[in-house]
Design a protein around this ligand. Structure first.
Ligand SMILES: NC(=O)c1ccc[n+]([C@@H]2O[C@H](COP(=O)([O-])OP(=O)(O)OC[C@H]3O[C@@H](n4cnc5c(N)ncnc54)[C@H](O)[C@@H]3O)[C@@H](O)[C@H]2O)c1
Length: 254
C-alpha cells in the first residue's frame, strides 16, 4: 500500500526536539522528504543522520524572515518542490511573566517566533507551493493555552491566538488555490522538556485527571499533523483540531 505522503516535500520548523522531531519522523515514515529547521544545531544534526536521505537540516532562525525563506529555498533546491509547511517552532521564556508584567522584549520575541514566522512562511511557501502541481497544506501548532489561562505566559498564549486567526485567513484566502491551512492545538504533551520538569508521580496524577487516562505523547500530535498534510484531509481547511484527548474527565458521576 502506498504511503500517505509519498512524493510530498515538507518543511518543519523547530524540528530538532519534541513535537517537531516526532513530526519529522512520522512524515518520513509516511513517505515524505523533509527540510528540518532549528537553531539547536547539535540535536538537529543527530535527527538528520537518523532520518538519512529523506531529510535535510538547516540552521534556520524563524524569528527572522531570512531564516524562514532559507527553509523554503532548501526544499526547492534539495527536493524540487514544497507541499507542506509545519509551523511548529515556539518559545516560552521566563520574561513572559504575565498580562501586566511581561516585558516588551518578551512580547516582541514571542510574537516574532510565533506570528511573524507564520507570516513569512505564508509569504515564501505559498508561491513555492503554487509553482508545484498539487497546492499545499500549512499546519500551525497552537496550544491549549489559548483556551485555558495559566498563571504566566500571557504573550505565548496571545500570540498563539493570533496564529490561529492568521491560519484562518490563509485558508480562506488561498483555499481556492488548493492551499489548505489548519491549526493543531495540543494540550499538555510529554516531550523531553516536559519530562524534565514533572516527575513520574506528577505525570501519573495528571494522567488520572484526563478523559483518556494518559498524557499526550509527541507522536499523538505528529500523527495529526501528518493527517492534515495528507490528501486524506483534502476537505479540511480553516479547522482547529484539539489534540488533548478530550481534556479533563468528568469529576462527578451522577
Ligand atoms: N509540549 C507541550 O506540552 C505543548 C503544548 C501545547 C503546544 N505546544 C506547541 O508545540 C510546539 C512544539 O513544542 P515542543 O513542546 O515540542 O517544544 P520544544 O522546546 O521541545 O521544541 C521547540 C523547538 O523549537 C526550536 N526553536 C525555538 N526558537 C526557534 C527559532 N527562533 N527558530 C527556529 N527554531 C526555534 C527549539 O530549538 C526547539 O527545538 C510549539 O509550537 C509549542 O508551543 C507544546
Amino acid at each position: 500500500m502506498a504511503n500517505r505522503l509519498d512524493g510530498k516535500v515538507a518543511v518543519v520548523t523547530g524540528a530538532a526536539s519534541g513535537i517537531g522531531a516526532a513530526t519529522a519522523r512520522v512524515l518520513v515514515s509516511e513517505g515524505a522528504r523533509v527540510v528540518l529547521g532549528d537553531i539547536n544545531d547539535g540535536a538537529l544534526d543527530k535527527l538528520v543522520v537518523e532520518l538519512g536521505d529523506s531529510a535535510v537540516g538547516l540552521h534556520a532562525d524563524v524569528s527572522r524572515e531570512e531564516g524562514v525563506r532559507s527553509l523554503v529555498q532548501a526544499a526547492l533546491d534539495s527536493f524540487g518542490r514544497l507541499d507542506v509547511l509545519d509551523n511548529n517552532a515556539a518559545i516560552e521564556i521566563p520574561e513572559d511573566t504575565g498580562s501586566s508584567t511581561s516585558s516588551n522584549e518578551a512580547w516582541q520575541r514571542t510574537f516574532d517566533v510565533t506570528v511573524m514566522a507564520a507570516v513569512w512562511g505564508a509569504r515564501h511557501a505559498i508561491p513555492a507551493m503554487l509553482a508545484g502541481d498539487g497546492g499545499g497544506s500549512i499546519v500551525h501548532i497552537s496550544s491549549g493555552a489559548v483556551r485555558y489561562a495559566t498563571a504566566t505566559k500571557a504573550a505565548y498564549a496571545a500570540c498563539k491566538s493570533a496564529l490561529e486567526t492568521f491560519s484562518l485567513y490563509i485558508g480562506a484566502q488561498h483555499g481556492a488555490d488548493g492551499i489548505r491551512s489548519n491549526v493543531v492545538r495540543p494540550g499538555f504533551v510529554l516531550t523531553e522538556g516536559v519530562r524534565e520538569i514533572f516527575n513520574e508521580e506528577q505525570r501519573q496524577r495528571f494522567a488520572d485527571m484526563l478523559a483518556l487516562g494518559r498524557v499526550c505523547q509527541p507522536e499523538d500530535v505528529a500523527e495529526t499533523v501528518a493527517f492534515l498534510a495528507s490528501p486524506a484531509a483534502g476537505y479540511v481547511n480553516c479547522a482547529v483540531l484539539d489534540v488533548d484527548g478530550g481534556g479533563a474527565k468528568p469529576m462527578i458521576s451522577w
